[in-house]
Write a protein that binds this ligand. Sequence first.
Ligand SMILES: NC(=O)c1ccc[n+]([C@@H]2O[C@H](COP(=O)([O-])OP(=O)(O)OC[C@H]3O[C@@H](n4cnc5c(N)ncnc54)[C@H](OP(=O)(O)O)[C@@H]3O)[C@@H](O)[C@H]2O)c1
Length: 253
Amino acid sequence: MHALKVMIRILCTFAILMNQPVFAADESEGTVLITGANRGIGLALAEEFNKHGYSVIGTARKPEQAVALKALDVRVEALDVTDKNSVARLAKTLEGVSIDILINNAGIFDRSSKSFETLDVDSFNIAFEVNSMGALRVIQGLLPNIAASDRKVIANTSTILSSNELNTRGGNLAYRASKAALNSAIKSLSAEYADRGYVFALVHPGWVKTDLTNHTGNYTTQESAAGLFKIITGLDASDNGHFYDFQGKELPW
Ligand SMILES: NC(=O)c1ccc[n+]([C@@H]2O[C@H](COP(=O)([O-])OP(=O)(O)OC[C@H]3O[C@@H](n4cnc5c(N)ncnc54)[C@H](OP(=O)(O)O)[C@@H]3O)[C@@H](O)[C@H]2O)c1
């Protein structure tokens, strides 16, 4: 036992010298659940929270194919946010697990930037199913888990494209509108649940190199996740109902 303690002390000293965070193996900073964690920004968030000593639950539509996520020291669960039975199964699996931070990251980008005259408006359904209703299904399903935590943080990945005030170019109608619907719902929930200690926020991850942007963009997933980590872990009651970018700038609705 003594030898073990000496070993831990040596490792801690080494970690401090190397400027690395130090966490005892059985000590977690808290539990975070990230949806759509098998690739892109969600995967980078899982890595970032894991690195900082959080217990991470990462969801994937097809966990068996979530190779990069499974390679991390995280819990992987199945979730399709468009399927209420999938959300119910996740809630059942996580019964009794307290969730400090929920990150609704799963999202899709539509390609409706083509001419409005030829746009199939019926194709908008899927964007709303995933980007707006999906997040609400997950919040509703996991409310007991969030209620069990003292932190009760619910961060929702929106986009600067959802801001009506900043919309000067148009295009991407379904994406903008579905994320604006998410913003509206989250703003409402922030007011409804404020007196119960919940913190609902919206975050914009920057323009990030992922499949969603065909790997164009200004930032890597790691840069975005590092910024989002700071914002999300710093959220408190004063941030309830606010919309921030990954560098902490408040965005207009
Ligand atoms: N990249 C950007 O520049 C940017 C900018 C602003 C906002 N965002 C937002 O950031 C979030 C992450 O985007 P990303 O760039 O990382 O995209 P991405 O690389 O395309 O990843 C999207 C993630 O969402 C998951 N997903 C899609 N539909 C789902 C469903 N029905 N149920 C559960 N999970 C589902 C995907 O799972 P599968 O692998 O199974 O498809 C994947 O894990 C999105 O909400 C997006 O709108 C991104």
